[in-house]
Design a protein around this ligand. Structure first.
Ligand SMILES: Nc1ncnc2c1ncn2[C@@H]1O[C@H](COP(=O)(O)OP(=O)(O)OP(=O)(O)O)[C@@H](O)[C@H]1O
Ligand SMILES: Cc1cn([C@H]2C[C@H](O)[C@@H](COP(=O)(O)O)O2)c(=O)[nH]c1=O
Length: 213
């Protein structure tokens, strides 16, 4: 695959969606076509799976069912959207990917991380992002942003106990420490402009060829 694959990760309310939107104008100055997408979702079928997973009334979903639904959505989205874009040399920016399953279903829900890794690998045929921007924020700040943010629907995962969100954040910190080549951690407690600039700086440093005409 000759494209560039970048994922944004972080606890709820870290600012991934905001930063993804804000970095676009700079990326568009580069040499490649840009595709932005998200998980769960990003294609019609995967968005339908998203509806099931995140509907606040679906409290009966078992933890392993939840994991399998995320994995199924991932496979479909990857095949329909991500892989074709990478094959034609695009930059693909995805709001959440494999590490969300490890952080939320693995560390958050307590499903063993080896099984989550195996399922991720099965769904993606081993494809990993070239770069993962991890936006790190403490649980209290992140959840406060989610609850007070304008036009933000509150989903089933947002409504989980604070204890689960704490475990998710600790999980992310562990994954970041274990993957120093792929992960770059950005302090997302800073202002939106500072976090946006930090993300742009990392991308420019990692992929300088994209920005030389
Ligand atoms: N650095 C920041 N400082 C203050 N507010 C922020 C910052 N980043 C994002 N926000 C605000 O927090 C809210 C959530 O942001 P956003 O939707 O981008 O987060 P997210 O990481 O995509 O969350 P989720 O994964 O839960 O969807 C929005 O109202 C946004 O304006
Ligand atoms: C991909 C993925 C996501 N999640 C969780 C993380 C969030 O709480 C929601 C998605 O909502 P967002 O507003 O689009 O961030 O789903 C998860 O638990 N496992 C996953 O694999």
């Amino acid at each position: 695959m000759n494209g560039i694959f970048i994922s944004l990760e972080g606890p709820d309310g870290a600012g991934k969606t905001t930063v993804l939107k804000n970095i676009l104008p700079t990326l568009e100055e580069g040499n490649r076509n840009i595709i932005t997408t998200r998980e769960p979702g990003g294609s019609r079928i995967a968005e339908e799976i998203r509806e099931i997973i995140l509907a606040p009334e679906n409290t009966a979903i078992d933890g392993k069912t939840e994991l399998l639904l995320y994995i199924a959505a991932r496979r479909q989205h990857l095949n329909e959207k991500v892989k074709p874009a990478l094959a034609q040399g695009d930059i693909v920016l995805v709001d959440r990917f494999i590490d969300s399953s490890v952080a939320y279903q693995g560390y958050g829900r307590g499903i063993d991380v080896e099984s989550v890794d195996w399922l991720n690998n099965f769904a993606t045929d081993g494809l990993k992002p070239d770069l993962t921007l991890y936006l790190d924020v403490d649980t209290e700040t992140g959840l406060k942003r989610v609850m007070t943010g304008a036009n933000r629907e509150i989903n089933r995962l947002d409504l989980e106990k604070e204890e689960m969100h704490q475990k998710v954040r600790q999980g992310y910190l562990k994954i970041a420490a274990e993957n120093p080549d792929r992960f770059v951690t950005i302090d997302a407690s800073k202002s939106i402009d500072e976090v946006t600039q930090a993300a742009i700086d990392v991308i420019k440093e990692r992929f300088p060829d994209n920005f030389t005409k």
